[in-house]
Design a protein. Structure first.
Length: 141
């Protein structure tokens, strides 16, 4: 697996851990948002790289969305990611430096949906599983 994807998965895990602890301390919101933004950013960069192009070396996810669009690579929630891109960019910059940082929980939960969909999209392409290989397809594991 690409190092970019590994970093993205770790950031997504950290974001989920922090999200579970929001009631303990407000600071978990800052780290949750930062890690969630990083997860999405690294997944998009990894998808660009996986498709043979150089990713944009900045934190604005729109740049990599534009590269994917130009390459005609369709990803889950592309339109929604474009809509929330400015919010994600603010999370990357403001969550670490501004004492006044604030994020709407609805935006955080929405970003988790997009991040998990991107993670599934990547894993399906890196490790395709044939019908014969799927263990117990009718049972919950």
């Amino acid at each position: 697996m690409s190092k970019l994807f590994s970093i993205a998965k770790i950031n997504l895990d950290h974001a989920a851990y922090d999200y579970q602890r929001l009631s303990e301390d407000d600071c978990y919101l800052e780290t949750c948002c930062f890690c969630l933004q990083q997860a999405i950013e690294f997944m998009l960069k990894g998808i660009v790289e996986l498709n043979g192009e150089q990713y944009a070396e900045n934190h604005d996810i729109r740049a990599n969305l534009n590269i994917l669009h130009r390459m005609e690579v369709s990803i889950p929630y592309e339109k929604e990611l474009r809509t929330i891109a400015n919010t994600l960019y603010q999370w990357e910059t403001e969550s670490r430096y501004k004492d006044s940082f604030i994020a709407a929980i609805a935006d955080v939960e929405e970003a988790f949906v997009y991040a998990r969909a991107l993670k599934d999209y990547i894993e399906e392409r890196l490790h395709p599983v044939s019908v014969e290989e799927k263990p117990f397809p009718d049972k919950k594991l």
